[in-house]
Design a protein around this ligand. Structure first.
Ligand code: ZN
Length: 689
């Protein structure tokens, strides 16, 4: 255990020789091989540190695994050259000093990796097992929960496998983790903390993030020193393994069923299959992966028979009764042509790489995000570099790895805003540069684009291009100006490329946005920390109108009252109070209210006069409708008749109402076997009942 200390490298090791794999020896000269083994060991230890301790890998898992395999083989051939602290002997550790250490009651071992279906089948055959349990290998961070007498006592990271960090206060902020089980039992349950792609995307949009992917954000969040910060982050958790005292299940799948009965989240996709069905099952999972909103990097295949497991036992590092099957990530090789920077509505400056266009996951990619200045430095990115870019799920492509930095000059981050030329500023703990100018043209334009966006007010006709034109011609500058546009109809019609028809679309869009609920209006304003999530928390806790919020922030104990709400910490409370007391913001809101926007949450209560035909159903909606404008009106009908509504498709969704031009929700619903209803069918349902 003590040996792990050897992995604690200092930050200054960034920028040095271990960034790239060492060159292979040209001959079989023993001295050369010895030196190569030493360098390879250092290389792997360095990247293991970046991965497990820093949560900032700069090479792909595949490269790491390949190099680890190479070292393993060399050590077999030349055992005399193997180093005592070789990473092949130890499992990676993520120990940190800030959290109390916790010794796992059952060591958390890593799984043997396989990369081809054949490897999996060979392993499966060798075990002699008849049935296998196939589960998603979620790309998050392992979190083991310890329940005593049915109460959550500890949430512990994997750590070295033997000793982890006790992050209980953080674990308790994760909504999918029950603090109390349905039975008073002692239980150790392993699971994975993770974040969906859409939550990750939303989080990045709202807060800006230095994290490259949901996994990094998840493990970074688990070890965040302030649990109230963790509460802001949309973490989820799913169980994959349980150890229950006095209950001996013969099959692992029965254990999982029991975990579910206790109130723990378990994936519904888990499948038990025979050896003959294994190949087909793996292929089916692989097909499904493209549609998943959950980041997965492969499958876990376990023997379902617990008795056989005991017999097979363990190797030094991993169980013999399970393997991980890793999917190939979608990576493409290309070259950086230029590095550009953008300013967003909050003033944050984001760099992105212009790429030589390359095919990736079925689309042509010409740009990839570079996150921030630190990321560029750490990866050693410069113009002309040959890089690997990845695209996972719906996330914008990112530069993952530099293959060849090229001989261009080192990239220098700009000191001034690309839009207004203000000198950029940086908060003490921030990795991001900001344009401090609230009147910065691009910031204002981005605020307007955000407000009108599909996920916010969804105003037809006001896309980015139109917004830029209207801004440049002086028609709109602030959000409230959008609602003054009808006054200028004649002037708009005469603008180049506009015309009566497109102006009517814009004005109709503006008009129908007035029907958007308060829970959508408030976060669309783009105020600091006032996200969809925070708005929902406010509404759920009785602050369901702007007047109630105005009243609250002027009370003496406003901060205490806000912080009593689970999920609202000090930072959010402060942001709510300062902004809703700011006369400029109050004036903007009052103007918007005068123009007819909703500043009070409508209660779409059950209407007892109607038959409760949608009881126990969960409805989602996609596309546009002839009769229901905006489409939320259709969901109101569902609520009135005892149903529930949801904004995204999950395993709980029972019906999808489909209009014209449906989005990706339709494909997802089809995959999940969710009932699909057209507008006509829906109207008929309402009429018949
Ligand atoms: Zn600026």
């Amino acid at each position: 255990m003590i040996k792990q200390q050897n992995f604690l490298y200092e930050d200054d090791l960034f920028n040095q020789q271990y960034k790239n794999p060492p060159a292979k020896p040209k001959s079989n000269n023993k001295e050369e091989i010895k030196e190569y083994i030493k360098k390879l060991t250092e290389f792997l230890k360095f990247h293991q540190y970046l991965y497990y301790i820093k949560n900032q890998p700069i090479i792909s898992d595949k490269t790491f695994d390949e190099k680890l395999k190479e070292l393993e083989e060399l050590e077999k051939e030349y055992p005399e050259f193997a180093l005592e602290d070789s990473p092949t002997h130890l499992i990676g550790s993520d120990l940190e000093q800030e959290f109390p250490k916790f010794e796992h009651k059952i060591p958390v071992l890593s799984l043997m990796n396989t990369y081809t279906v054949k490897e999996v089948l060979d392993w499966a055959q060798k075990t002699g097992a008849k049935t296998f349990l196939v589960e998603w290998k979620v790309d998050g961070a392992t979190l083991v929960l310890y329940y005593e007498n049915g109460i959550l006592k500890h949430g512990v990271t994997r750590g070295s496998g033997n000793i982890g960090d006790d992050v209980t206060p953080n674990a308790k902020t994760i909504r999918s983790i029950p603090l109390k089980l349905k039975e008073k039992i002692d239980l150790i349950v392993r699971g994975e903390a993770y974040m969906t792609y859409s939550d990750f995307e939303r989080f990045n949009e709202e807060y800006g993030s230095i994290y490259a992917n949901p996994r990094n954000l998840t493990s970074g969040s688990l070890k965040h020193k302030k649990s109230k910060e963790v509460a802001k982050r949309p973490l989820r958790w799913v169980a994959f393994d349980g150890y229950i005292q006095n209950k001996n299940f013969t099959k692992d799948s029965d254990t999982l069923k029991y975990l579910e009965e206790l109130g723990l989240p378990v994936f519904q996709d888990n499948i038990v299959c025979s050896l003959n069905e294994l190949e087909k099952t793996i292929k089916e999972f692989e097909k499904k992966e493209k549609e998943l909103d959950i980041p997965v990097d492969g499958l876990v295949i376990k023997i379902d028979d617990r008795e056989l497991r005991e017999k097979l036992g363990y190797t030094a590092n991993s169980p013999r009764w399970a393997v991980a099957y890793k999917f190939e990530p979608d990576l493409a090789r290309t070259r950086i042509i230029a590095i550009e920077t953008f300013v967003g509505r909050t003033g944050r400056i984001t760099p992105r790489a212009k790429l030589e266009p390359v095919k990736l996951a079925g689309t042509t990619v010409s740009y990839a995000t570079l996150h921030n200045e630190d990321y560029i430095k750490k990866l050693g990115i410069r113009i002309g570099a040959e890089v690997l870019v990845s695209k996972r799920g719906e996330i914008i492509p990112a530069v993952e790895e530099v293959i060849d930095p090229g001989d261009g000059p080192e990239y220098k981050f700009p000191e001034r805003c690309p839009s207004c030329n203000s000198k950029l500023v940086k908060d003490k703990d921030s990795v991001d540069w900001f344009c401090p100018n609230p009147e910065c043209d691009e910031r204002l334009i981005q605020s307007l684009i955000f407000f009108c966006g599909r996920k916010q007010m969804d105003i037809d006709g006001l896309g980015e291009k139109t917004i830029r034109t209207l801004y440049n011609k002086g028609f709109i500058k602030y959000i409230e100006n959008i609602y003054e546009l009808p006054k200028y109809k004649n002037e708009l019609v005469n603008l180049e490329n506009f015309g009566e028809k497109s102006v009517n679309i814009i004005l109709d869009g503006i008009e129908s946005s007035k029907q958007k609920e308060f829970r959508v209006v408030l976060p669309s304003l783009g105020l600091k920390e006032i996200s969809f999530n925070v708005t929902d928390l406010l509404i759920q806790n009785g602050y369901d109108s702007i007047d109630k919020i105005f009243q609250l922030v002027n009370e003496k104990n406003a901060k205490e009252k806000l912080m009593e709400i689970k999920g609202i910490g000090e930072e959010i409370a402060d942001a709510i109070i300062t902004q809703f007391k700011d006369p400029r913001i109050v004036e903007r809101i009052n103007k918007l209210r005068k123009y007819g926007l909703q500043f009070e949450q409508k209660k779409a209560d059950i209407d007892t006069n109607l038959k409760q035909i949608f009881k126990d159903q969960v409805w989602c909606v996609t596309g546009t409708f002839k009769h229901f404008k905006p489409r939320e009106k259709a969901l109101e009908e569902v609520l009135k008749r005892g149903g529930k509504s949801t904004s995204s498709i999950t395993s709980k969704t029972t019906h999808l109402l489909v209009g014209e031009n449906p989005g990706s929700k339709l494909d997802k619903a089809k995959k999940l076997g969710i009932k699909i209803i057209t507008e006509e069918e829906f109207i008929k349902l309402l009429k018949d009942n």
